[in-house]
Design a protein. Structure first.
Length: 309
């Protein structure tokens, strides 16, 4: 694994969005008056889910009555291991099939759509690079990301050109994103040679190939060294400040409380609390279910401690 700092990716994205203004975005400002209650309505919801149930055998992994996500915010999903966060992500992004439930994105029902159709509508989730993808270069990964799930807004641009030129349009977008995420020097390197942090940047860039409106990040900081965490946070805030909606599943409570406009807490498949970070820090149900036992402990340390005990 290479050192991220050697490759200069700890510097943050272009335009230094790590210096993101403290003023809340419009979406975040609208949340100021919203009551911190599970299932509460949002002033400008981009995503709305109802009665989503996913069971594995006798276990209800997800059982969400109602959840709304405010447009233009960073919303985190937290909760103990096995709370159902990833299963919820998989279901609503079209990668898993629920037993029940409906959900809409930008006012349209997308609950019966396949994953690539959901992505075309502008709702995209990131995935860890599979083994096969580590054998492709950084640029090839991005090119493939585009061909697998071309966004509706990207199609008119492509259709104006014959196939060879379409490839050039996708290539230009890939190069632009490699530049933005300070990965241009890794353009023709195999993804497998990249550091943990660089892979996380590549996963994010891959999802952005389709110009999504909402991006769902599953543990974007996992395996990333502390220096790079700041850089990744800067990129995520920059995307939000440009108007994108970000939903993230993350275990690092310092990251969650520092970056989120809104925090949604899962436990045993259900939504047990929602609110601004300060509301969640004080919420008794959250402390009982999660924070009390896990406050600020990185996952590995947590696991080591439980193994010791
Ligand atoms: N494919 C599957 N088959 C059987 N059980 C599953 C499957 N996927 C998830 N589960 C179970 O569903 C529950 C929810 O898991 P999920 O991975 O969604 O939780 P999570 O909140 O994302 O946890 P973590 O933070 O550890 O990733 C867990 O009990 C898990 O064991």
């Amino acid at each position: 694994m290479s050192d991220d700092r050697e490759h200069g990716i700890a510097d943050g994205p272009k335009g230094d969005p790590t210096m993101s203004s403290d003023a809340p975005t419009v979406g975040a400002a609208q949340l100021m008056g919203v009551r911190p209650e599970p299932g509460v309505a949002k002033p400008d919801a981009i995503f709305v889910a109802d009665d989503v149930v996913r069971s594995f055998g006798g276990l209800k992994a997800v059982d969400v009555d109602h959840l709304e996500i405010q447009r233009g915010t960073i919303t985190s999903l937290i909760g103990p291991n096995g709370a159902g966060k990833s299963t919820f992500f998989n279901v609503v992004s079209g990668f898993d099939t629920p037993d029940d439930g409906t959900w809409s994105f930008q006012g349209s029902d997308v609950s019966k759509l396949s994953a690539h159709r959901v992505a075309r509508r502008g709702m995209v989730r990131t995935f860890q690079l599979t083994k096969a993808l580590t054998r492709l270069t950084a640029r090839e990964n991005l090119m493939l990301g585009a061909t697998q799930q071309v966004g509706e807004r990207f199609i008119p641009a492509l259709l104006r050109f014959p196939w060879r030129s379409q490839e050039a349009v996708i290539g230009a977008r890939a190069d632009e994103l490699l530049e933005r995420f300070n990965l241009a020097h890794m353009r023709d390197e195999f993804a497998g040679t990249m550091s943990g942090g660089q892979r996380k940047l590549l996963e994010m860039a891959r999802a952005l190939m389709v110009e999504p409106t909402m991006i769902m990040l599953d543990e974007p900081m996992a395996g990333v060294n502390p220096a790079l965490t700041q850089s990744l946070l800067g990129h995520i805030q920059a995307l939000r400040d440009e108007g994108m909606t970000i939903v993230l599943v993350e275990h690092d409570m310092d990251v969650v409380m520092g970056i989120s406009d809104w925090v949604t807490t899962f436990a045993q498949g259900r939504l047990i609390a929602e609110g601004r970070p300060d509301d969640i820090r004080r919420d008794k149900a959250v402390i009982d279910a999660y924070l009390g036992a896990h406050r600020s402990l990185p996952r590995d340390q947590d696991e080591e401690e439980s193994n010791d005990g």
